[in-house]
Design a protein around this ligand. Structure first.
Ligand SMILES: *Cc1c(COP(=O)(O)O)cnc(C)c1O
Length: 461
């Protein structure tokens, strides 16, 4: 299995190399050269298996010889052992044909744990073989950072730096990033918004002297290994509702386009997904792009679903790559235009995208109303991101069962949830002492050289 860059001008890599590299050297994102297809009988055989076994069978064809079978099974077991639910990703029913996939039972209460816990195990196992050390730098709108801290703290061969936009993450998210005591993890509170933080991380990757000097690796959702880990729960939930004999639909609260892109891969692998619906909050660049055919940035408007407060959805580049017939030069040209504000999507590409994804947007008021309504009618407490999904899903329910991805636990966003329904959601008992742990965080300017100095200084210890 080989991985190629969406901009067509970076080395072709193995799975292990693509995982360690993150962003390709031409600025692109790695994608598999071809997507393995699962036969209908193989998909049917997933029904009733434990999550870990589904994970093994779905991901194995993408790995090449990076890990042996027993080794990979062991890594999967360890990755999901700390989840607080036996099903790992339980389905609950919201309505006649509407289901919620609860992806928030991991250690930091968001779906990002599914990928991050596994990538932590995979990276440490790969590094331990050679004794090499790496430096991971990641930007977060909140949940990636906490999931990464939890997955990498204490790992012997990794230093982790997480940049989050100062004052723009929830208190639970911040505390999950600033309270780990292990010396190899570093929380950096940066001036600016998430797009600024993400841009500085990209700058670090594009400074090759720095990148090679500190052995930089990435765990943002551009990392292919993260996308792959998220493909698993599409299969797991779909077979529980009758796939492959019947098709299902998914609605995905979307920010950086990683989670929904995993659904796109699941469909390419043969899972019968009828509708794949992008749900955005008021930061609706993706919904506008599909409607108007123009991908144009518009500044981030802070919302009560902050993990989706994003304008430049990095993983959308992977969808564009396919929509433009896998023409790396064409994608590189579009990304150049995006730096200047945006681009018009070609007619052929727009037709492909509209045929592949549906989309919808949910305002702040609608998010609040959806939390209130879901609680009143079903007893389910939604986080604001999941509520965005539920609202948009309701507009797209057809004959196939609709599965909405619940991306975070409501207790991660207690103010928004309490504001909507008057009840403050409690943290699970295993996290009850979060507010009494001491915090450790460094304030930094939105400045590349200053950030690089901090990284160099800390890893020299
Ligand atoms: C990260 C995140 C999202 C957005 O996921 P993407 O893969 O970036 O599209 C949605 N909801 C929550 C709670 C998240 O943490």
């Amino acid at each position: 299995m080989h991985y190629i860059s969406t901009r067509g001008a970076a080395p072709v890599l193995s799975f292990g190399e693509a995982m360690m590299t993150g962003l390709a050297r031409d600025g692109g994102l790695y994608v598999p050269q071809s997507v393995p297809v699962m036969a209908k009988a193989e998909i049917a055989a997933l029904a009733g298996l434990p999550y870990e076994e589904v994970a093994f069978r779905v991901m194995r064809p993408f790995l090449g010889d990076t890990f042996g079978n027993d080794e990979f099974r062991g890594l999967i077991e360890k990755a999901y052992a700390g989840f607080g639910h036996a099903a790992r990703a339980p389905l609950v029913q919201l309505g006649a044909n509407h289901f919620l996939l609860e992806l928030f039972h991991g250690p930091t209460l968001a779906f990002k744990d599914f990928a991050m816990q596994l990538i932590g195990q995979m990276m440490q196992a790969a590094l331990a073989k050679t004794g090499a050390r790496i430096t991971i730098v990641g930007a977060t709108s909140g949940d990636t950072g906490s999931a990464a801290m939890e997955a990498f703290r204490g790992l012997a061969n990794v230093d982790l730096f997480i940049l989050f936009p100062h004052g723009r993450v929830s208190e639970v998210q911040r505390r999950q990033m600033t309270t780990p005591v292990e010396a190899n993890v570093h929380a950096l509170a940066m001036d600016g918004d998430f797009d600024d933080a993400q841009a500085r991380v990209k700058d670090m990757f594009n400074d090759f002297a720095f990148r090679d000097g500190v052995r930089l690796a990435g765990v943002n959702s551009i990392n292919w290994a993260r996308v792959l880990a998220q493909v698993v729960y599409y299969f797991y939930s779909a077979v529980a509702l009758g796939a492959p004999q019947r098709a299902v639909s998914f609605t995905v609260p979307t920010g950086n386009f990683g989670d929904i892109f995993a659904g796109y891969i699941a469909r390419k692998m043969g899972l019968p997904i009828e509708k794949l619906v992008i749900a955005t909050n008021q930061n609706d660049i993706l919904d506008r792009a599909l409607r108007a055919g123009e991908y144009r940035t518009d500044g981030v408007k802070p919302s009560i679903s902050p993990s989706m407060d994003i304008q430049v959805s990095s993983n959308f580049e992977r969808a564009l790559f396919d929509a433009y017939g896998r023409d790396g030069a064409a994608v590189a040209a579009l990304m150049g235009e995006l730096k200047a504000g945006g681009f018009a999507i070609s007619q052929a590409a727009l037709e492909m995208l509209r045929g592949t994804f549906a989309s919808g947007r949910c305002s702040e008021e609608e998010t609040v109303a959806t939390i209130r309504h879901a609680f009143a009618t079903t007893g389910e407490v939604l986080c604001p991101h999941s509520a965005v999904g539920v609202k948009v899903a309701e507009e797209h329910i057809g004959a196939a069962p609709m599965i909405t991805l619940a991306t975070a636990h409501p207790a991660k966003f207690p103010d928004a949830v309490e504001g909507a329904m008057g009840v403050r959601p409690a943290l699970p008992p295993r996290m009850a002492d979060l507010f009494s742990r001491p915090e450790r965080v460094t304030r930094v300017k939105n400045d590349l050289a200053a950030l690089q100095a901090i990284v160099r200084e800390r890893i020299a210890r």
